[in-house]
Design a protein around this ligand. Sequence first.
Ligand code: THU
Length: 128
Amino acid sequence: MSLELRDAAIAASKMAHSPYSKVNVGSALLTESGEIISGCNIENSSFGGTVCAERVAMWKAVSEGNLKWSSIYVYTKEGWSPCGFCRQVMVEFAPKNLKIIIGNEKGVETEHLLEDLLPLAFSPKDMN
Ligand code: THU
């Protein structure tokens, strides 16, 4: 499954709209039902309009009513780690044990739990 996720993330990275940073990011979210939902980074000439690949994948999933996630793969040639905004969006929807897999072009992969990448997170529970 990890290979399928990696392939989906790599395929998504090829769809990136990144004329400014020239970095192509691909993300692939695995749902509990086994569906893979992917996303790429989409930049905007007004830089604040840029959205990361992970958030595109997550928002696609949410907008399709697909709210049970087990892992998310993030692919860049360099093996970039998900940004703080994306981690916060993960906390909004995913369990603490969401598996985050970071992969690079050499095939090096590291696996992390959401709770380790965003410890002491402010979460929906705090709003109750
Ligand atoms: N980017 C992502 O897609 N995901 C991240 O977690 C880090 C950053 C994108 C946003 C922008 O298009 C480019 O990488 C440089 O920041």
